[in-house]
Design a protein around this ligand. Sequence first.
Ligand SMILES: *Cc1c(COP(=O)(O)O)cnc(C)c1O
Length: 378
Amino acid sequence: MQFIDLAAQQRRIRAGLERRIHQVLDHGQYILGPEIRELEAKLACYAGVKHCLTCASGTDALLMPLMALGVGPGDAVFVPTFTFVATAEVVALCGACPVFVDIEKDTFNISSESLSRAYEVLASGASGLRPRGIIPVDLFGQPADYSAINDFAAKHDLFVLEDAAQGFGAEYQGRKSCSLASIGATSFFPAKPLGCYGDGGAIFLDDDQVLEKLLSIRVHGQGEDKYDNVRLGINGRMDTLQAAVVLEKLEIFDEEIALRNRAAERYSEMLENLVEVPRCREGRRSVWAQYSVLSDKRSLLQDALKKEGIPTAVYYSKPLHKQKAYLKYVRESGFGESLPVSEAVAREVFSLPMHPYLEIKDQEKIASVIRGVIELNR
Ligand SMILES: *Cc1c(COP(=O)(O)O)cnc(C)c1O
């Protein structure tokens, strides 16, 4: 059994993928070729925003907007502590201070209550840092609570950058992820819900002026051309070949999201009374990048599943405020020494196989192994 079955997906679309890849081999525009423009137009339309700019990774999709907004030394940016490291890393790479915030146990997303406590501590001025923005994460595929977050941000003059690396295609109150804040970022890392065959990412926004800056930052801070450098930039471009792969996968993406949701519903019915199952809040649709459950018998369950050839994974065993590289930011900000919900979740969380081609009989087998362990250890 596969944790994420990319081979099953490839069997479905192999012919189309080959056609798309051969087109790139024929025209030879490997950098910023026509597939890049085609993909950017389709993704902007899909997300319901004015502009989409593809880039080299999900990490660059977070880093480049921070550079465009001028985030730097003396600035504080609020991030959930329970996320992949890239969310905080980009803040630190800009020279600013990531401020770690706790999460809600049932959605795994940033807690508004913890956010407002973190803001109060920063606004008191003790750290000397200036609160600049928030990076909520659509963790495991479910959007965070953007109406609360955007209201809070507007009140305190903060930017909001949506980290939808795991949530492309998700919905919140009828709107698509990557359109839920003033700037959205996603990743096409192969294991994400919409992945390519290497690294890739995209940025989404309506603002024309920020777009101009991002276009320049993507090519080394170019002005008139790439040998005229008007600001600091990076090589942040996505390969044309990767765009060709995403274009082909986009054709079946909505159907795959529906299949993921069906698989998640089946899991929740089968596992409801055995472990804590994830909840999708009213008005939101997850894309189930991961199906993650909580149990105080995690290691027993993982061992029993492994014996049956069923892979599982722990996202994330150590929240960022406990990671060696980030301890200094906890001290600098004066907030987030102890974030109890994230710490408890990190001890109990684990993820089960999840992909659109997961079969009912495999889910039944997973549920029966879990039931066996729980009943034996009641
Ligand atoms: C994967 C991921 C990223 C980074 O994306 P890459 O394409 O791997 O650089 C950022 N944030 C979150 C929450 C992620 O899961």
